[in-house]
Design a protein around this ligand. Structure first.
Ligand code: 0X9
Ligand code: ZN
Length: 323
């Protein structure tokens, strides 16, 4: 296995998931949902006894390249499930009662770019995918840039707010909804799960937030907002009980900013996923100088993942209770 509390390259992460799936053939399998713009396979792992009826929960991370702590957290969940099957009855019950898909790196091109590019020190802070350059006139000159903000590329109020039509923007939404291969692969994957998909959690960093729909406008909620909010409140409380970490919960526009084209709103609106959350992991904004919140000290990786799992468990347990 791999030692937790470290950052790993994409190939290492994928190999590791394959080895876990090989080791537990009836309980885990690897899946490739599609390929990135640069041709990398986008992989995930399926955990659980699938009888075709159990509720499904999907967890992803690394849609934004620089948010490395989210990738580690998803890996930690995989590790916990894989090692817990034989030793932890609660984990074993998850194998019996749900099907859990974890996709730790939705944007592998961006992630590898943040790890390996040596041409520019700012590359560690890359956010978008690495798709081919697009050019646009910005009023002064024509500028060309790589990449799309994949969390602005989903088919939910595409391009309406908190997104940019300029390719050089950090929040460039792409030419049209699902124009990017990563978005398409993931959207198709979720759509094919059908109405067994009850939970979707996307891991981001940072600012310690537990966010639910909708993100484009204040005070706009799904019909079952009471249940969504109640589960969020309990998740945040459970998370805080681990190490005292304080999370805020609410919709994006209520607690940070409005935007559209994100994956959780799309899952809520188009797929009717009952519990769909965006998590912003450690740290908070307090004491953060410009961008360094994305560079989480390795000593914080395991505690971050542990407390996040405590929150995620509340969502999973609620779904098991209901279905
Ligand atoms: O802006 C995003 O895509 C996410 N934040 S991040 O810093 N990781 O880029 C999601 C923001 C949370 N949701 C809303 N603001 N509605
Ligand atoms: Zn993000």
């Amino acid at each position: 296995g791999l030692v937790m509390g470290e950052y790993y390259g994409y190939a290492t992460i994928v190999d590791w998931m394959k080895r876990i799936a090989d080791r537990m053939p009836r309980l885990a399998s690897i899946l490739e949902i599609g390929r990135s713009a640069e041709g990398r396979g986008i992989f995930g792992i399926k955990l659980g006894h699938d009888d075709g009826r159990k509720p499904i929960v999907v967890i992803d991370a690394g849609i934004h390249a620089r948010e490395w702590a989210s990738i580690h957290t998803a890996m930690y969940f995989i590790n916990l499930m894989a090692n817990g099957h034989d030793s932890d009855p609660w984990i074993r019950s998850y194998f019996d009662n749900i099907v859990l898909y974890i996709l730790p790196v939705l944007n592998p091109d961006g992630y590898e770019f943040t790890r390996n590019d040596r041409t520019n020190p700012r590359s560690r802070m890359w956010r978008k995918s690495r798709s081919q350059q697009r050019c646009a006139w910005d009023g002064q000159s024509t500028k060309c840039c790589h990449g799309v903000d994949l969390n602005r590329n989903f088919d939910f109020r595409f391009g309406e707010v908190g997104a940019s039509r300029y390719p050089c923007s950090e929040i460039y939404h792409g030419e049209s909804a699902h124009s990017e291969p990563e978005t398409r692969a993931f959207a198709n994957f979720l759509m094919n799960l059908g109405d067994r998909l009850k939970g979707y959690i996307t891991l981001h960093a940072y600012s310690q937030l537990w966010i639910y729909s909708y993100s484009h406008r204040k005070f706009t909620y799904p019909a079952n907002i009471e249940e969504i909010r109640n589960v969020a409140a309990r998740a945040v409380a459970a998370l805080g009980r681990e190490f005292g970490t304080r999370y805020q919960y609410g919709t994006g526009p209520e607690i940070i900013y409005a935007f559209s084209g994100g994956s959780t709103d799309w899952a809520t609106e188009k797929l009717r996923v009952k519990y769909s959350y965006t998590l912003e992991l450690r740290p908070t904004y307090e004491g953060i100088i410009e961008w360094n919140g994305f560079v989480l000290d390795k000593r914080q990786l395991i505690p971050t993942a542990k407390e996040t799992w405590a929150g995620v468990k509340v969502v999973i347990d609620q779904i098991i209770l209901e279905y």
